[in-house]
Design a protein around this ligand. Structure first.
Ligand SMILES: [Zn+2]
Length: 389
């Protein structure tokens, strides 16, 4: 009897260990996919242009997943080796902290959350289980820890000089990429204004106001109220401006974006989106708001997933980018992949030359391609990142 009991316990422990070891990978494979495709054919012209680019991507959710950023992964879309292979010098990492289960672009409440189960399964520390703030903080600490282990291949970007360091290393032919922290939805502030500076101290240099539901700052584009900024939202924007944290209005309601345009002293970023003219999706802000953001000096990052651009092939993405360039001017259009954001894409970040090829095929000139792929992102961060930690 005793032997059976011991055997039972051993089997149970083995099952629990197997579940914790295998489930995170299975879960990610289910969410972050690369569509099967033949190897992309890249012309000599595209290859030469691509290798001269310094690429910047305004949005990836990689830190949510159970992978070592420094190792080339067999799942998902982004890690340091693949970023370097793709020619990326600047990757913004956003921190997803709460996601309603029945996700949609029209109307979500904040009642339930599917991140809690995921992070318990991934053995995140106890402090993150009940705190959105701690979930954001932990993801920044993961980037910091990876940067420290990387021997210079991953630089945590907190200041302008950090960015210059990466650009300089790249010029000298050294493999290096910069990572910049952003929130995805500032419910991570948990309604406390002092948490803006606490997250700044953890290295956050961009904050998106919303994700899929209304929060303490005001209304999401996909929430229930469609209202404007709350008093806390206004106060938070001014505090972000004061500290040198850039403001991302992806997922914010039209009323919030309109008001943020008026009160923010720095231009707005829409880190990951599409444009209506290329993809008439409820995920995308109206063209006139996009034009106002661009006219204010802002950046619009075009995403690689179907809800933003409808056609996610390299050619489809190139069409969406060309449309945005015509609408907004090439100096305001950027890349905002939404890699590892529960997205299915046609190429991971190591295969970005396929996009350079598609932009050439679409008829964009070299200088426009250089601007959209990263020149704009680098100019923007050079201007608005703080000079000191
Ligand atoms: Zn998003």
């Amino acid at each position: 009897m005793k032997k059976i009991l011991i055997a039972g316990v051993v089997v149970l422990v083995a099952i629990v260990i197997a579940v914790f070891a295998l489930l995170p990978g299975n879960k990610e494979n289910q969410f972050n996919q690369v569509v099967d495709h033949e190897a992309y054919v890249i012309s000599d012209q595209a290859r030469t242009l691509h290798s001269s680019l310094a690429i910047g991507d305004l949005h990836a959710d990689t830190l949510l997943w159970h992978r070592d950023l420094l190792e080339r992964g067999t799942r998902g879309h982004v890690d340091v080796p693949r970023l370097i292979e793709g020619g990326v010098v600047l990757q913004v990492f956003a921190t997803v902290t709460k996601v309603p289960p029945a996700l949609n672009y029209e109307e979500n409440t904040a009642d339930a959350d599917q991140i809690t189960g995921l992070l318990i399964m991934q053995r995140w520390p106890l402090r993150t289980w009940g705190s959105l703030f701690e979930r954001a903080r932990y993801q920044a600490q993961r980037l910091d820890e990876a940067a420290r282990r990387s021997e210079g291949s991953l630089v945590f970007i907190r200041t302008r000089s950090d960015l210059e360091k990466v650009l300089e290393a790249r010029k000298k032919g050294r493999a290096a990429v910069g990572g910049l922290m952003a929130t995805e939805g500032s419910h991570a502030l948990e309604g406390a204004i002092e948490n803006v500076s606490k997250l700044y101290d953890e290295g956050f240099r961009m904050m998106s106001l919303h994700h899929f539901f209304d929060n303490e700052l005001g209304a999401s584009l996909h929430g229930t109220s469609k209202a404007d900024l709350s008093d806390f939202g206004r106060e938070a924007i001014l505090e972000m401006n004061r500290l040198g944290i850039m403001i991302d209005v992806s997922h914010s309601s039209e009323a919030v974006v309109t008001e943020a345009l008026e009160i923010s002293s720095t231009p707005l970023v829409v880190s990951h989106t599409g444009v209506h003219g290329a993809c008439d999706s409820p995920r995308n802000l109206p063209d006139d708001l996009m034009r106002r953001i661009a006219a204010g000096g802002g950046l619009i990052g075009i995403g690689y997933w179907d809800g933003a651009v409808c056609d996610t092939t390299p050619a489809g993405l190139a069409r969406a980018i060309a449309y945005a360039v015509n609408l907004l001017g090439s100096e305001h259009v950027a890349l905002g992949s939404d890699y590892d954001g529960a997205t299915s894409v046609y190429f991971d970040t190591s295969e970005l030359a396929a996009l350079t090829q598609a932009l050439l095929d679409e008829g964009l000139g070299d200088e426009d391609i250089r601007a959209v792929m990263g020149g704009n992102q680098i100019r923007f961060f050079r201007k608005y990142l703080p000079t000191r930690e």
